[in-house]
Write a protein that binds this ligand. Structure first.
Ligand code: ADP
Length: 477
């Protein structure tokens, strides 16, 4: 059953029950008090009727006097003597013994005390009767009864009951209308909210839940709004993750297809008969370069995958920066020299709290880029301790990076110049690997650069031992 129907049914039932109970009580009390009121009037009337009977003129006709009295009072009056024998009655009727309604003992008692009044009011009796005794009256009258039809006497009260019934029917109709309206008022916000929630649950994350109230329904609406907001954020986040993942796989496919094409081409050339030594060497070198490029790509991907999923991605220890930069110097000495570049690498002792292998990977990527993108001049790797921090930097005098690229430089597969980067064997993942490793160290990579003049990448590590003065080998710019 729908909420609104339930509310209407409940409200109607409650209101009807109370109205019907109230009306039943009113009808009952009208009936009871009405009867009591009539009987008490009759009892009072017996006093003056008794007086009137006592003063019937002597020698007058009793029946005629009684007729006058009965007509004046609207009662049916019957007179009895002390033996209970009817003396006169108006309107005339069959001789009815008082013993039909009273016990003999009651009659005796009544006769013993003149002025005694006795009421006979039985629901099954269509008449209301009041007996009264008196001192002996004309023709030996000792007691009499006044009676009237119960239904005639209660007629005015029946009209009141009719009015109450009509009021009951009107109340019922009003209750039904009131219940419908009230149920609508109570149920409408809930129905609106349900419709809103269904829309949000159906995936319409932009749907706005407008309901604003200060009651419990309002609180419910604000909770649902909060949930919808979280749902929307999660949904958008998932969408963007999905988009990133799609882009990521597209990029990987692309990155692998290129070297594979080159490898296939080189292999086809190597199969040509009569290839001279010079060309053979050229194609073998190309094969090696492309294979190395794929190898680097997978190494970078694995690093990124571990950063995404492995809590123990880095293992910190106290390490001397000089050991790391020394290794870098060994790796790049020859490459730099072959390009005519000056390689200035700081190797003064400086203890940091970091993962040595990962920081080595960071400097490897940064120096490798610096060598790739610097035509002439120098490349510097330096570090400087200041208090508990050690700033590390790699700078070059290369082509520089336009500022528009700085914010996206560390995104996966982002390149400022795609063709040039691939030509140089880049994977497009170097700087995102750098960023991931440094994020895991609780720090971040930053860049400053000037097109045509060079770039400077720098980050800060935790010093393992705090020294009072800043130390360097003079490489700090
Ligand atoms: P890649 O493998 O292409 O070098 P990276 O993530 O290491 O990928 O670098 C992203 C891009 O940033 C490079 O393609 C290049 O355009 C730019 N870049 C990085 N380092 C330098 C630098 N020292 N000088 C100029 N451009 C750089």
């Amino acid at each position: 059953m729908k909420l609104r129907v339930k509310l209407v049914a409940a409200l109607t039932a409650i209101l009807l029950a109370s109205v019907v109970a109230g009306v039943a009580y009113m009808l009952w009390s009208v009936h009871i008090t009405g009867t009591e009121h009539i009987v008490s009037g009759m009892r009072q009337d017996t006093h003056w009727i008794q007086q009137s009977i006592s003063y019937f003129p002597e020698n007058s006709d009793l029946q005629t006097e009684l007729k006058r009295l009965a007509s004046a009072t609207n009662y049916h009056i019957t007179l009895y003597n002390s033996s209970g024998v009817m003396i006169a009655s108006f309107p005339a009727g069959p001789d009815r013994s008082p013993l039909q309604h009273l016990r003999a003992g009651q009659i005796d008692e009544m006769l013993r005390v003149p002025g005694t009044v006795l009421t006979v009011n039985e629901q099954s009796d269509p008449k209301l009767r009041v007996y009264a005794s008196m001192e002996e009256g004309p023709e030996g009258v000792r007691f009499f009864v006044i009676q009237q039809s119960r239904s005639d006497a209660l007629k005015p009260y029946r009209d009141v009951r009719k009015i109450i019934f009509i009021a009951l029917v009107i109340s019922m109709i009003l209750i039904l209308i009131f219940s419908l309206v009230l149920a609508g008022i109570i149920a409408r916000p809930l129905l609106d909210l349900t419709r809103d929630v269904e829309k949000v649950a159906g995936g319409n994350t932009t749907h706005e839940i407008k309901l604003k109230r200060s009651d419990e329904i309002g609180m419910l609406a604000s909770s649902v709004r909060k949930m919808a907001r979280i749902h929307k954020t999660d949904y958008n986040h998932l969408q963007s993750l999905h988009e990133k993942q799609r882009q990521f796989f597209a990029d990987i496919t692309h990155e692998i297809r290129n070297p594979l094409h080159t490898i296939m081409g080189s292999l086809e050339m190597l199969e040509l008969p009569g290839l001279d030594d010079h060309k053979r060497k050229k194609y073998v070198t190309s094969l090696r370069n492309q294979a190395e490029r794929i190898g680097r790509l997978f190494k970078d991907l694995m690093t990124l995958q571990r950063f995404d999923s492995d809590e123990n991605f880095i293992i910190r220890e106290t390490v001397n920066m000089a050991d790391i930069t020394g290794t870098i110097a060994e790796w790049y000495y020859q490459t730099a020299e072959s390009k005519g570049l000056e390689l200035k690498i700081d190797t003064h002792p400086c203890m940091v709290d970091a993962d040595p292998g990962k920081i080595e990977q960071v400097l490897d990527n940064l120096v490798s880029n610096a060598v790739k993108f610097t035509g002439e001049g120098s490349i510097t790797v330096g570090y400087k301790q200041s208090g508990g921090k050690v700033e590390v930097w790699v700078s070059d005098t290369g082509i520089g990076i336009p500022e528009a690229h700085w914010s996206r430089l560390f995104d996966r597969f982002y390149r400022t110049d795609k063709a040039r980067s691939r030509d140089k064997g880049g994977t497009g993942l170097g700087l995102s690997v750098v960023k991931s490793i440094l994020t895991a160290h609780g720090t971040e990579i930053q860049v400053e650069s000037e097109v045509g003049r060079g770039s400077r990448f720098f980050f800060v590590l935790e010093a393992a031992a705090i020294t009072d003065t800043s130390t360097s080998t003079g490489l700090n710019e």
